[in-house]
Design a protein around this ligand. Structure first.
Ligand code: BG6
Length: 229
């Protein structure tokens, strides 16, 4: 059972593509790797990697380039890519937080909701630190903690547990179709961020947090749940 807004006591946010647009840095780093290996791929192809783990992303990219690698080579190249990525995100600043996200999180905290982060990225804490967002989160579950990648709901379940809530008491904010599936599998109420055509299973889809108040979002979730049932 998903929860009605009166029962919502916490919010679980994905990071990449929900709070900060880090996808463009992943794209630059993966593209550089592909180019070194002698091929290229499009921004559209990269979109399909949203939410995938580092290794799953590399395997997909190698498939596009029709390149075979041993497990040891894959580990080497995923490290190389990660070093480039980490260097790129070192330039992140508070101004890189997506429009409206900080205000929205502040309002949710003021309303007494607990706030958690659930990210597949091992660099999530670095991103939170550079954008000065760390103190807004009661719990951070990142790729260093999780063992199972989405569509397994592990990261969301761990995040809910870390803020002492059960899934029906939490809203998950997620930008990838795979992440929405994972949160639904964990029996969370899910707000998709982005294009409704790509996130048909979310309870509600919003373009982002700009000009969105926490109260109006909870009202819209309420309406969406009623129209689903
Ligand atoms: C997800 C991103 O949040 O984290 C993926 O959407 C990325 O693109 C994954 O591959 C793992 O991130 P990292 O930083 O540990 O390679």
């Amino acid at each position: 059972m998903t929860g009605s807004p009166e029962h919502i006591k916490g919010m679980v946010f994905n990071l990449d593509g929900v709070i900060v647009d880090t996808a463009r840095y992943h794209y630059v780093a993966w593209k550089r790797l592909a180019n070194q290996l002698g091929f290229d791929f499009s921004a559209g192809q990269h979109e399909s990697l949203r939410g995938l783990s580092r290794m799953a992303s590399l395997e997909k990219i190698l498939e596009w380039g029709e390149i075979y690698m041993t497990e040891a080579e894959k580990l080497h190249w995923s490290d190389v890519k990660n070093n480039w990525y980490v260097e790129l995100i070192s330039s992140l600043r508070p101004g890189d937080v997506l429009p409206g996200a900080l205000l929205f999180i502040r309002q949710a905290r003021e309303a007494g909701l607990k706030i958690a982060l659930a990210s597949a990225s091992k660099s999530a804490r670095q991103v939170l630190h550079s954008t000065r967002l760390e103190s807004y989160f009661d719990a951070v579950i990142d790729g260093n903690i999780t063992r199972k990648a989405i569509p397994d709901p592990e990261c969301f379940l761990l995040a809910a547990r870390a803020i002492d809530l059960v899934p029906s008491e939490c809203l998950v904010f997620e930008d990838s179709a795979l992440g929405v599936m994972a949160a639904l599998a964990g029996r969370f109420t899910v707000v998709g961020i982005g294009d409704p055509d790509y996130l048909p299973n979310a309870h509600l889809v919003i373009p982002g947090f700009e000009d969105l108040s926490c109260t109006s979002l909870l009202g819209r979730v309420n309406e969406a749940i009623f129209s689903h049932s």
